[in-house]
Design a protein around this ligand. Structure first.
Ligand SMILES: O=C(CO)[C@H](O)[C@H](O)COP(=O)(O)O
Length: 442
């Protein structure tokens, strides 16, 4: 679909679309630095994100206002009760706009608006989690709120939801300016403006980028060029997206995303420098028997990883000929809780194998065990179809029903690390950047 339109009428003025950068961090000093860089990149409004407010209180708003007095400061309070009290405290700290939740009771919205009028601030209502966003946005407009925010929260994004998908629905129903938030990057910012949004709220794509100014500028430019016409991108399937992300992120990113779990014990790359991503074809076999391991090659394809429990560190269930056969079939890789042999051949083939030991001695093809039943490998339970990712740090197993979610969360871990790495390169130590002492469990 080709759309055009970059400007919206509100308050009687023709305005340029607004870029709001959300600071969803825990540390105020880092947030201020990122806000300054975002302002250089073209951010019009700066948002004290909810995590920042929870971590630093109203000082987050105070200090952002002090650092950037000419910018509008948005306090993302996500208020659901005591509307007046929360609007008053944010306004007195220097906020120009206070964000409350549309799912709050009307009494909360009314009182938030009374306080907003008294203290000269505006109210943005966030549709996050609203069961009927169209009706609620109409009701909010009737109550007199200043902005509606179409928002898919960070956890919802991890399940595949996108704000852009229900933006159109809301735009047709309200006349007040509509903001859009939730995983927005440069292409989706342009799509949102072309569809008719007035405000684009961007968090991670800017605030967790190593070059905040350049990322902000890229989004700003995409928004400003949206009137030239925007082709709405076809969405990839969730499986495609998931595989693409797993190929980009590392196994430590994935394990962090799984709350620091999911890694196999004592199963390591025997041919370092190779990465595997695929769905498990599981093999249960027994010490001295390699028949089922090899038979599994006939069932596996390019998006599969053969995962074998053999259990013996002293008799191989895999070697050079099996590897050759796998390679020709295009199977993504092999993971063995057990031993492997013919390392020289495997290295020459450049084929990814992860195993727990190496020995020249092979067993016999006896045919015990089974293929595609649940197994234990590297101390973890692996079911057919679970996602397997291996790299030089080891092998992780992602339960099949959480594959997409964990891929998205691992990508967020990677983004956060890329910003932290940048701050370390600028001269701070890791414990300073992570503020370790402050966050030790008390
Ligand atoms: O309010 C928020 C989460 O509740 C975020 O600030 C908002 O979703 C924007 O961040 P991102 O672009 O990373 O999704």
């Amino acid at each position: 679909m080709v759309c055009s339109l970059t400007t919206r009428l509100y308050g009687g003025d023709l305005i340029k679309p607004i870029l709001q950068v959300a600071l969803d961090l825990l540390e105020l000093d880092r947030a201020i630095q990122i806000a300054l860089e975002a302002a250089d990149g073209g951010a019009d409004w700066i948002e004290a994100g909810t995590p920042l407010i929870k971590s630093e209180g109203m000082d987050a708003v105070r200090e952002l206002k002090k650092a950037l007095p000419a910018k509008k400061i948005v306090a993302d309070m996500k208020t659901v009760d005591t509307g007046a009290m929360e609007v008053e405290m944010a306004a007195k700290a220097g906020a120009n706009i206070v964000a409350i939740l549309a799912s709050s009771d009307d009494s909360t919205v009314h009182d938030a608006l009374r306080a907003a009028r008294k203290y000269g601030v505006e109210v943005m209502v966030d549709l996050l989690g609203s069961p009927d966003p169209v009706t609620r946005s109409r009701e909010m407009e009737a109550l007199g709120v200043d902005y509606i925010c179409v928002h898919v929260g960070i956890d919802q994004q991890m399940m595949g939801r996108r704000a852009i998908d229900f933006l159109d629905e809301i735009l047709g129903h309200v006349k007040i300016p509509v903001a859009v938030a939730g995983g927005i990057d440069a292409p989706s910012a342009a799509e949102a403006i072309a569809a008719g949004a007035s405000i684009v709220i961007v968090g991670g794509s800017v605030a967790r980028s190593p070059d905040v100014t350049a990322s902000g500028r890229k989004i700003r430019e995409a928004m400003d060029r949206a009137h030239e016409g925007v082709i709405r991108r076809e969405r990839k399937s969730m499986d495609e997206e998931m595989f693409e992300i797993f190929r980009e992120v590392s196994t430590p990113n994935i394990s962090d995303a799984m709350h620091r779990k999911g890694a196999m014990r004592d199963v390591l790359p025997i041919n370092p420098g190779q990465k595997i991503v695929g769905r498990a074809v599981t093999v249960q076999t027994f010490e001295g028997d390699w028949a089922k391991s090899v038979e599994a090659i006939d069932l596996a394809g390019p998006e599969d990883v053969i995962v074998i429990y053999n259990g013996s560190r002293y008799v191989s269930c895999w070697g050079g000929l099996a590897t050759q056969s796998c390679k020709i079939k295009g199977v993504a890789g092999v993971v063995i809780d057990g031993a492997v042999r013919d390392l020289d051949e495997i290295r020459e083939m450049g084929y990814p194998i992860f195993a727990s030991s190496i020995t020249p001695m092979a067993g016999e093809p006896k045919g015990m065990g089974e293929i595609n039943a649940e197994i234990t490998c590297g101390g973890l339970s692996v079911r057919p179809g679970d996602l397997i990712v291996g790299d030089d740090s080891g092998v992780v197993v992602i339960p099949r029903e959480r594959g997409y979610e964990i891929a998205r969360r691992a990508k967020e871990v990677e983004k956060t690390e890329s910003r932290l790495r940048e701050e370390i390169l600028r001269g701070r130590t890791l414990s300073e950047v992570a503020n370790l002492k402050r966050w030790e469990k008390k």
